[in-house]
Write a protein that binds this ligand. Structure first.
Ligand code: DGT
Length: 224
């Protein structure tokens, strides 16, 4: 006779939180803060996979020539994000860095609006996105928006000096900021798949811990 109580416990999907924000907004630092909790599964963004897809650095190619590689990159981002959404964990709380939603609503949308991603390519990504989000149902319970100013994240990006990001301008960060703002703050673009809490992520590393702790109960005390 199977232990139904135990089965139910492990079958239950975790309370899922996606951490969103501009490039350099501190998503990794936020996730690292929660690693100390035994009941939290922390999933970092698969940047290492984007940098090495069977030996190809898709992130680098996308920045070098977005018209040529944008579709390829976004297709792979969508796959790796789906893998993260589908990742099963026995932990009752799951934190994810970014999501299939920000990939579609911020990055793909921007490429399409800029005319960099041609309409037929955008349609293919969108059809996959619609199918995935309706049929595979990547459930999200809460969105943490790490809100920053583009000037602050630009300085952080320069400081961390990631090779592929040498081509990223302040203007690009301003535009990506606007996409996040319209989606998660003003809520004028697309729907939010879950309630949003907004943190001041401009704060310096030395004091940001207090900001995290202020919002910790929203994550730790709510189990789906
Ligand atoms: P953090 O911890 O907030 O500093 O996070 P980052 O900046 O390491 O992580 P993220 O996701 O903002 O960006 C990693 C790199 O990948 C960055 O150069 C932006 C890029 N990226 C992430 N997702 C997408 C996407 O869907 N499309 C495009 N074009 N770029 C993306």
């Amino acid at each position: 006779m199977p232990n139904t109580k135990a089965l139910k416990k492990t079958d239950k999907r975790p309370f899922t939180v996606i951490i969103e924000g501009n490039i350099g907004s501190g998503k990794t630092t936020f996730l690292n803060h929660f690693k100390k909790y035994d009941n939290v599964c922390v999933l970092a963004e698969p940047v290492h996979m984007w940098r090495n897809c069977a030996g190809h650095n898709l992130l680098g190619l996308m920045y070098e020539d977005t018209s040529r590689w944008g579709f390829t990159f976004q297709s792979y981002v969508q796959l790796t994000m789906l893998q993260q959404h589908m990742f099963k964990t026995p932990h009752p709380i799951k934190l994810m860095e970014r999501s299939i939603f920000s990939a579609r609503y911020c990055f793909v949308e921007k490429m399409f609006c800029d005319g960099i991603l041609p309409a037929p390519s955008a349609s293919v990504i969108n059809e996959w996105f619609k199918w995935i989000t309706t049929k595979a149902c990547p459930s999200v319970d809460l969105i943490v928006y790490l809100r920053t100013s583009p000037e602050v994240v630009y300085q952080r990006m320069l400081k961390r000096n990631r090779e592929e990001e040498k081509l990223v301008s302040l203007q690009y960060l301003r535009e990506i900021h606007e996409m996040h703002e319209n989606w998660l703050y003003h809520k004028t673009m697309f729907t939010c798949p879950a309630p949003v809490i907004v943190l001041n992520a401009d704060l310096d590393k030395s004091v940001i811990k207090e900001e995290y702790e202020k919002y910790e109960p929203h994550i730790l005390n709510k189990i789906a």
